[in-house]
Write a protein that binds this ligand. Structure first.
Ligand SMILES: Cc1ncc(COP(=O)(O)O)c(C=O)c1O
Length: 379
């Protein structure tokens, strides 16, 4: 099999048969000709299937080591398709620091539809084994998590869940397939917010589901068409274009994050740095095993509490105050009041002193200086 970077640039994207175009065309047509009834070139109607979308799905499925993949209009639409596989009375287990939108989808949309849910600490596999939630059919994993960067042992958790007859989904948004491939580690399904590193330029919203289980693939493919939360051909083109440079971008994100962490751990305005490369991070050993590198996301606690955290996020110049992550530009945010505001007063509430960084690929020294300047002003 070709290497990751080669597959990112070529898989699913042969030169266009009709024109010879080297870059996959954006096929805007909503409908496709039937030569005669029941005979067509593989596409009928763009919600059901579109050539640009198919190229993107094949490429990303290949990068994840999945048999098949399905693109959605957003990460939440992808999550919704996976969770729709549950029947009323079945249970989903979600991590105790899940992305706020996942928590909202489960607690406010699925629960009223009869899906049971449990919040659990997925880092403690012994406790999970002891108190295995009744009727658990699906375990939802994020690793690293958003925003605490907690690491879950995908191999160990998959073995436990499979013993109990449950399936495992991994939200691989933070790591991307360049750093971690959940299906190779035993998970059944991988989901993405393609809005983040896969697109990589903060100019597209998208989601993806990948699996090597033919039964799951058939159901997700059915739901993609039946529910219809599909991305536009232009959005598919943007993510496909992003995938081509994913490897080099991720290398630089990791390099810059590492330099930022080196500064943060020594700064008096910071009481704790959450980054899996640090030896004192509880998930360090597992992260070393299951990830190629530690990623571009860094969180830290402001020593001065919430007021200091708010001051820091207001003072940076290059780190732009904004939600989202994974783009080439560096972003800073206050999860308790921004991305995770929907989890306030819940078991998933975030420490208000927490600041989250999405470290971009700008010049390393500029990023370190920008953040140091904001921290100096608060210490
Ligand atoms: C880890 C994670 N999963 C899923 C989502 C949802 O994706 P989207 O915003 O593309 O719907 C996000 C969004 O921030 C996320 O951070």
């Amino acid at each position: 099999m070709d290497g990751f970077e080669t597959r990112a640039i070529h898989d699913g994207q042969p030169p266009d048969a009709a024109s010879g175009a080297v870059v996959t065309p954006i096929t805007l047509s909503s409908t496709f000709v039937h030569e005669e009834v029941g005979k067509h070139a593989g596409y009928e109607y763009s919600r059901s299937g579109n050539p640009t979308r198919r190229a993107y799905e094949e490429c990303l499925a290949s990068l994840e080591g999945a048999l098949d993949g399905f693109a959605f209009a957003s990460g939440m639409a992808a999550e919704d398709a996976v969770l729709r596989m549950l029947a009323p009375g079945q249970r989903v287990v979600i991590p105790d620091d899940a992305y706020g939108g996942t928590f909202r989808l489960v607690s406010k949309v699925l629960a009223p539809a009869g899906i049971d849910w449990t919040v659990a600490d997925l880092t403690d596999l012994d406790a999970l084994e002891r108190d295995w939630p009744d009727g658990a059919a699906l375990v939802w994993v994020e690793t690293p998590t958003n925003p605490a960067l907690t690491i879950v042992d995908i191999v160990g958790l998959s073995a436990l869940a499979h013993e109990r007859g449950a399936r495992v989904v991994v939200d691989n948004t933070f790591a991307t397939p360049f750093l971690q491939r959940p299906l190779e580690l035993g998970a059944d399904i991988v989901v993405h917010s393609a809005t983040k590193y896969l697109g990589g330029h903060s100019d597209v919203v998208g989601g993806f589901v990948g699996t090597s289980d033919p039964e799951i693939a058939e159901r997700v493919g059915f739901l993609q068409n039946a529910v219809g939360a599909v991305p536009s051909p232009f959005d598919c083109y943007l993510v496909l274009r992003g995938l081509k440079t994913l490897a080099v971008r991720m290398e630089r994100h990791c390099e810059n994050a590492s330099a930022i962490v080196t500064m943060l751990v020594r700064h008096p305005a910071v009481s704790r740095v959450l980054y899996p490369a640090l030896a004192d991070h509880p998930g360090h050993a597992v992260a070393r095993r299951q990830m190629r590198d530690f990623g571009g996301m860094v969180s830290f606690l402001a020593a001065g509490g919430e007021d200091a955290a708010l001051e820091i996020v207001a003072r940076t110049r290059l780190f732009t105050l904004a939600e989202s992550l994974g783009g080439v530009e560096s972003l800073i945010e206050h999860p308790a009041r921004m991305t995770h505001a929907s989890a306030v007063d819940s078991p998933l509430a975030v420490d208000p002193a927490l600041v989250r960084l999405s470290v971009g690929i700008e010049t390393t020294d500029d990023l370190v200086a920008d953040l140091r300047h904001a921290l100096d002003a608060t210490s």
